[in-house]
Every structure is written in structure tokens, then in C-alpha cells.
Write a new protein. Structure first.
Ligand SMILES: Cc1ncc(Cc2csc(CCOP(=O)(O)OP(=O)(O)O)c2C)c(N)n1
Ligand SMILES: [Mg+2]
Length: 543
């Protein structure tokens, strides 16, 4: 019989995990020992638990499966809460495994170190940011508990919580079973598919809007093929930026409402049928839009439900709906292909002595991708994420909805741990939070390229409240520090220096490259400028 620790590790691998991120502590040391000595999954330790969560989140997004974050009880686990909250908001299935006191410690009569209000406060907190939980105190039920929680993570694409008391690591248990996927009712699926196809046949200008769930539920490729079969133009949401990377023949661009490309906004807002697949109806996706929730013209398939007009099909997973639509589409006359007018992305940066503006960074990266091929990207919150909208459509992991800072660099480390080489976009404020995690790249031989937007400012706050002096930050000269933490740093102030530094970085392998781009305070990307204008106009309308 396996031990509970080895059974859990085998189950994580069976359910799609390919690496573990974590920071040990005495309540999880015995489990960490098994992680290291079993070799079941590679593991990456980082410096601060928020980064552990961000890295596991990004790895899960790029793998299209579960990510794993292992932390100690109390101080470690509570440090992790914010990044798991972000994973919940962004529908990332991160499995949190938190150490905990053993049975005898719990009844020792002492207040335990790392304990808060009660020994179970940690479980209570994680119940708010995960969709399912298990506390492994009974060897007889632990395998079934783990199986249930891991299926929840995959089926709901949400984080889950496993509390692992340290006295249970060597308990003998049965292997963890893999529960069958819960299928949709075939009748409901077919009825729903036929109803949607009938609406498409009647529509004059339908459009498909896609968002993160088409990747989370592993149907990205099928959705691209379905759009092609149905002749529908596709746009991504702000959160869904980077989806359908290879489907340039159907993807018209990213819908940003009043902040976006006017032709693309017209394509969506003028549509008489909007098919929203895997879309999260968040303010960051639709705050600058109009009539995106009008039930008369929308179909919304999200979170295992499909809303058509004023009625809902429940427990109909996106994967089942897409396969149903694909199966029935052949019975409907194909529409004339309409891929929409694809967005033009800026290219051909003049590599001259001019100072750099944020949108120049997008142009320089588009030029780099044309020369060397696209790179998977991660981005933090700040103008760097708005600038990313001006970079050609490439895979992107960013907190587009939760909008929490600190994600970018640790997420890049998580993506690099999966074997890819990411390009990371981050502002100076966010880099101050978690950028130093780059110091962990050397021991794992990871070599992300980090483009740091240094405007010595919390610029995204300044654009909404320019009178506040607290948005001024000092210049930390980040590039100077790169060498001492195992990488290569370059500080650039002109467009020529930027283009050259990017070229050197892409040719440099085995160490991280940090390109510190000096930007004037007050300068923003064209996309952020449009977003602020649109946001202020929308706010005026609401007065
Ligand atoms: C964890 C967390 N704490 C505070 C905030 C609030 C915020 C949103 S944007 C921002 C400034 C970002 O500065 P940075 O230099 O990184 O980028 P840029 O604006 O382009 O100059 C702050 C402080 C958020 N979103 N998350
Ligand atoms: Mg800044």
C-alpha cells in the first residue's frame, strides 16, 4: 500500500500536474521530503508564498491542467491567500496543499505556533477562495477525498484546498482513484446546440466572443475550428487576450469597448447575435461596452451553464456544448465566411535616439517576434498590460480580471518551469513587489526575458488621480541589481537601445535578462489613454 504522501503525488500527476511550486515549513517538511525524494514531480521553491501561487496559476494556464502550490501551515498558507483568490477569479485550477498540525498537537492544550483564532481558521479562510476542500485526517477516506477534490478542480477550473496534517504523511492508504468526468445530458446538449444554430442561421451579423474558459476547459482548438466551420468572426475579451494564438484567419482582435479599435468595437456592438463562449462578465471585460448583457441578442456559455435569451441550460459543460455544436453544424447551411477585419499591430520601430514611449515597446516586441517568432507572455497589472494589447496576438497569462499586482514575474517563472521561454511585462511598482523572485532562476537554469516599464510611478493610479503625489516612486535602478541575483540587466533610454537590448536578450540563453525601459512619468500607452477616456466618459454618463 502506498503512503498518503506518495498516493497524493501520484494522484496529482494522474490529474495532469507536471510540477510543484512551494516553500517548506515545519508543518510540511515531512511532505516536502517525500516530494524531493520520490521524484514523482519536479519542484520549484521560491522566496515568498504569493509568488508560489502566481507561478502555480500561470503554469496551470499554460498547461491547461492543475497547478500545485505547497506551503506550510499558518504563516505560509495565509501568505498564499491573495494569489489563490486571483486564481479563483481567473478560473485557474490551482491545488493548494497546506501543512497542518497532527492530531496529538491539536489536542495538546497549547496554542500552536502559526495558529490564528483556532486551529481550523486556515481551512475557514481557504473555503472562501477555493471551490472544494479536503482535510486528510483519516487514511480510510483520504483517497476518496483527494479524488473528489481533484475532479472538482478540473471540472470547475477553480482552485481547491487540501490540508495535510504532518502526522499523516506516512499513513498507509489505498491508491487515489480517478473519478469519471461528469457527462452532460445528451438530450440537453443537442437541444441547446440546435437552438443556438437556429439563432445563428437567422442572424445577419453574428459574432463570437471568447474568454479564458475556452482554454481552461481545453476546447480552444475546437472553438477555433467551430468558428471556421460556422463562418463566424471571433474576438477575444481583455481577459482572453492571447487565446486562439494560431487562428489569425478567424480572430479579428481583442474587444475593448470604447478603449479599443473602433471597427472591432462596431463588429461586436453592431452584432445582432453575440455568442459568448467561456466569457467572464467582468467590469474589466465590459465596463466600456454597451448592451453586452442584452439577453435578446446574447448567448452566454460559462461556468457549466448556457444562457440563451431568458432561459438557462444547467450543468452543460462548455466542452459538451462545443462538441454538440460541431456535430450539428453540418446539418445547417454554412454561412459566407466573415473573419472580421483583423487588427493591425504596430511594426517597424525607428531604432533612433528618440526617448521611448510605452507603445514603442509594443512595436519593438512585434518586430522581435517577426524576426524570432512569437514568445509566450505574462504581464502584470499596470500600463504594461494595456501595452500588451498592442502586441500581436500571442499566448498571454495576466490578471486581466482580478487585477492584482505582483503576478507578472512569478508567473513568468511558472511558465519557464513548464519548459517554455516567456517574455514578461511588468511595471516598476509591481516589480518592487515580486520581481526579485528572478533570483530563483539561476538554480533552475530558467531564462525569462523581463521588460520592466520604469516610469518611477504608479502611473495607472496617476491617470485617474493626477493630483496625488503618492504616485511618485523613486528610481530603483533595477538593471544594476540583476547581476547580483544571477541575471543580466540593461537600462535603456532610447528606441535604438531598446531594440538592441531585446535582440541581445533573445540571443542570450541560460540566465534571465532584465531590460529596464526608462519612461517619462505621465506617458501612457495609446490603449490605456483610450481606456481612461472611455472610463471617464462612461462615469459621466452614469452621473
Ligand atoms: C496587490 C495590489 N496592490 C495595489 C493595487 C492598486 C494598483 C493598481 S495599478 C497600480 C500601480 C502600478 O504601478 P506599476 O509601476 O507597476 O505600473 P504602471 O501603472 O504602469 O506605472 C496600483 C498600485 C493592485 N492592483 N494590486
Ligand atoms: Mg510604474
Amino acid at each position: 500500500m502506498p503512503t498518503l504522501a506518495t498516493a497524493l503525488l501520484d494522484a496529482l500527476e494522474d490529474h495532469g500536474a507536471r510540477e510543484i511550486f512551494g516553500i517548506p515549513g515545519d508543518f510540511v517538511l515531512p511532505f516536502f521530503k517525500v516530494i524531493e525524494e520520490s521524484g514523482t514531480l519536479p519542484y520549484f521553491t521560491l522566496s515568498h508564498e504569493p509568488a508560489v501561487g502566481f507561478a502555480a496559476d500561470a503554469a496551470s494556464r499554460y498547461r491547461g491542467s492543475i497547478g500545485v502550490a505547497v506551503v506550510t501551515y499558518g504563516a505560509g498558507a495565509f501568505n498564499l491567500v491573495n494569489s489563490i483568490a486571483g486564481a479563483y477569479a481567473e478560473r485557474s485550477p490551482v491545488v493548494v496543499i497546506a501543512g497542518a498540525p497532527g492530531a496529538r498537537e491539536r489536542t495538546s492544550g497549547y496554542l500552536l505556533h502559526h495558529q490564528v483564532r483556532t486551529v481550523d481558521t486556515q481551512l475557514a479562510v481557504f473555503k472562501e477562495v477555493t471551490c472544494d476542500q479536503a482535510v486528510l485526517t483519516d487514511p480510510a477516506t483520504a483517497p476518496a477525498e483527494i479524488a473528489r477534490v481533484l475532479r472538482s478542480a478540473l471540472e470547475l477550473s477553480l482552485p481547491v484546498y487540501i490540508e495535510f496534517p504532518r502526522d499523516m504523511v506516512d499513513a498507509k492508504v489505498d491508491p487515489v482513484p480517478k473519478l469519471p468526468r461528469r457527462e452532460a445530458d445528451a438530450g440537453a446538449r443537442d437541444e441547446c446546440a440546435e437552438e443556438i444554430l437556429a439563432r445563428i442561421a437567422k442572424a445577419k451579423s453574428p459574432v463570437m466572443v471568447v474568454d479564458v474558459e475556452i482554454r481552461r476547459y481545453g476546447v480552444e482548438q475546437q472553438v477555433g475550428a467551430l468558428a471556421r466551420k460556422l463562418g463566424l468572426p471571433v474576438v477575444t475579451t481583455f481577459m482572453g487576450r492571447g487565446l486562439l494564438e494560431g487562428d489569425d484567419d478567424v480572430v479579428a482582435g481583442t474587444y475593448l469597448g470604447a478603449a479599443g479599435d473602433p471597427d472591432l468595437s462596431a463588429l461586436v456592438e453592431g452584432a445582432d447575435l453575440v455568442l459568448m463562449f467561456g466569457v467572464i462578465l467582468s467590469d474589466t471585460n465590459f465596463a466600456l461596452s454597451s448592451n453586452m448583457t442584452d439577453p435578446r441578442r446574447t448567448v452566454l456559455a460559462t461556468g457549466r451553464e448556457v444562457q440563451i435569451g431568458h432561459h438557462v441550460y444547467r450543468d452543460l459543460p462548455l466542452a459538451d456544448l462545443i462538441s454538440g455544436l460541431d456535430a450539428h453544424a453540418d446539418q445547417h447551411p454554412p454561412r459566407p465566411r466573415n473573419a472580421g477585419k483583423g487588427m493591425a499591430y504596430p511594426r517597424g520601430l525607428a531604432a533612433d535616439a528618440s526617448p521611448i514611449a510605452p507603445s514603442d515597446i509594443a512595436t519593438a516586441i512585434n518586430d522581435l517576434f517577426d524576426r524570432h517568432g512569437k514568445m509566450p507572455m505574462t504581464a502584470d497589472i499596470g500600463d504594461c498590460l494595456f501595452t500588451a494589447m498592442e502586441i500581436d496576438n500571442t499566448a498571454l497569462a495576466a490578471p486581466g480580471y482580478y487585477a492584482g499586482m505582483g503576478f507578472g514575474v512569478p508567473a513568468g517563472i511558472g511558465v519557464a518551469a513548464t519548459g517554455l521561454r516567456p517574455l514578461v511585462l511588468v511595471g516598476d511598482g509591481a516589480f518592487q513587489m515580486t520581481g526579485w523572485e528572478l533570483g530563483n532562476c539561476k538554480r533552475y537554469g530558467l531564462d525569462p526575458i523581463v521588460v520592466l516599464f520604469n516610469n518611477c510611478s504608479w502611473e495607472m493610479l496617476r491617470v485617474f488621480q493626477p493630483e496625488s503625489k503618492f504616485n511618485d516612486l523613486d528610481d530603483w535602478h533595477f538593471a544594476d541589481i540583476a547581476k547580483s541575483i544571477g541575471g543580466v540587466g540593461e537600462r535603456v533610454t532610447t528606441r535604438a537601445e531598446l531594440a538592441a537590448a531585446l535582440q541581445r536578450a533573445v540571443e542570450r540563453r541560460g540566465v534571465f535578462s532584465l531590460i529596464e525601459v526608462m519612461l517619462p512619468r505621465g506617458a501612457t500607452s495609446q490603449t490605456l489613454a483610450r481606456f481612461v477616456t472611455g472610463f471617464k466618459a462612461a462615469r459621466e454618463r452614469m452621473k
